[in-house]
Structure formats: structure tokens, C-alpha cells
Design a binder for this molecule. Sequence first.
Ligand SMILES: [Fe+2]
Ligand SMILES: [Fe+2]
Length: 277
Amino acid sequence: MRRLAHISDLHFGRIDDRVVEALVSELNNERPDLVVVSGDLTQGARSSEFRAARRFLDRLQSPWLAVPGNHDISPYHLVQRFFDPFARFRRYIQQATEPVFHDEEIAIVGINSVRAMLLELNWAHGSLSRGQMERAEERFAAMPPSLFRIVVAHHPFLPPSDEPTVRTVGRAAEALDCFERAGVKLTLSGHLHRGYARFLEPVLADGHITEIKARAPERAATRSLLVVQAASATSTRLRGEPNAYNHIRIEDGLASIEPRIWTGRDFANAESAGSGI
Ligand SMILES: [Fe+2]
Ligand SMILES: [Fe+2]
């Protein structure tokens, strides 16, 4: 059995200090086997914000791994944005922007979905290249098949069910297809500041899914990939949902997700906080 904490969209630079303190003490009480951070550690990729994010991570008694989010590359320092966009992430947080972790039970492959520039006006969106998908597939292929396989990336792979037009990461359909081939059972993401979990089901009317179904009808009836999104753990930039993060328990090849939601005083589970995934 493994216990993970999935935290996302911390946004140091625009954080609620009380929430940060509550999160540190809760995580240190719970001591999950791993804390997985799905990007947007900072608000504007400033050095001071990265230092604060790192101080937060250093206070955790569990090991952690992180992938960058679109807010972790500088919108101000354009030379750096285009020539070395992840320099500060590498310096302050972690050398790898696509970290890999595995032990005797689980395997996690991080994918960097952030783009310094896109052929459109909004550069906050993310995308995955085919090379990144191939690399993820190769990484999983090198690990024992018995491990419970997890992908972490910042941008969402499926939209929330009540907002099906929300933009997902570029090449989401291809990526999900690739992950399934690699035996991935769970994806962890953020970016939308909304928490939800959805199985990749063939019956969904979403265009991406129809596309996958059309390409792989033989697998459509047996899909079991769970797509999990976390709300913002600590930011004051909320989009209609309170701060929250996910407890994840992996046992006997199954993952169970329990969102922990900020009530204004502390984090509580979904029922007692009156909402949830
Ligand atoms: Fe964010
Ligand atoms: Fe984001």
C-alpha cells in the first residue's frame, strides 16, 4: 500500500499563509510516502517566489517530486523565457523537469506540459510532444509490469464533466492513448484550480474521447485510466472552489482519491466540507 499527497497550483507570491501552515502540519502528521506537486509552484516565476516554494518543500518530512506549471516560467524576463525557461525551476526546485520515481509498488513519470511559446495568443495552455509521449512510454517499459503506473503533468487531460469545453492539454487524446498502452492507471494534474476525478470512459461525448475510441475500439470497453485534478492547494487565486489537495491511496492495483478541502479553519474531507470530487 502506498499513500500519496497530490498538491497543485501553490502559487507562492499569492498564497494564503494560514492555508500553507495548515497544509505543512497536516502533511507532516500524515507523512505520505510521497508528495506529488503538479506545477504552478509560483505566481510569476520570481526568484523570491521560488525560494519561498522551496522553503515550503524543505519543511515537508515526506519525499516529494514536482513538475513545472505555466506560471513557473517568467512572463517578465523574456530572454530567459525563450532561451532557458526552466532555469529557476531547475535551480530552486529540482534539476529534472520530467522526474521519474519508482519503488516496489508504484511508478511515477513526470511530463513537462509547459510551453514557452505557442502559435496563439494565450501561452498559458500546455501541450505534449510525440517525443515526450515516446519517452514516457519507454520509461514505463523499463520498469517491472507489476508497478502501479502514474503520470503527473500540469495541464489537464480531461475537462470537468460540467464544463466539457474547457481546454485540455494539447494532444491529450494521443497522450491518453499512449498512457493506456504503457499501463498507466492514474494521471495527476492541476492548472484549472478545480478538483475532480473522471474515468476515461468510452461513453463520454467529448471530442477527444470519441477520437480515442475510434482509434482503439478493441480497448474501449475495458478502459480503466483515472484522470485526477487537484484544486489550488494554497493560492488566493481561486476559481469558485476552496483550496484543496488530494489524498491518494494505492492498494491491490486500485487507487482511491480523497480530496481534503480547506474549510476556513482547517482541511477536512469532502463530506464534512460539503463538496468534493
Ligand atoms: Fe495555477
Ligand atoms: Fe497553470
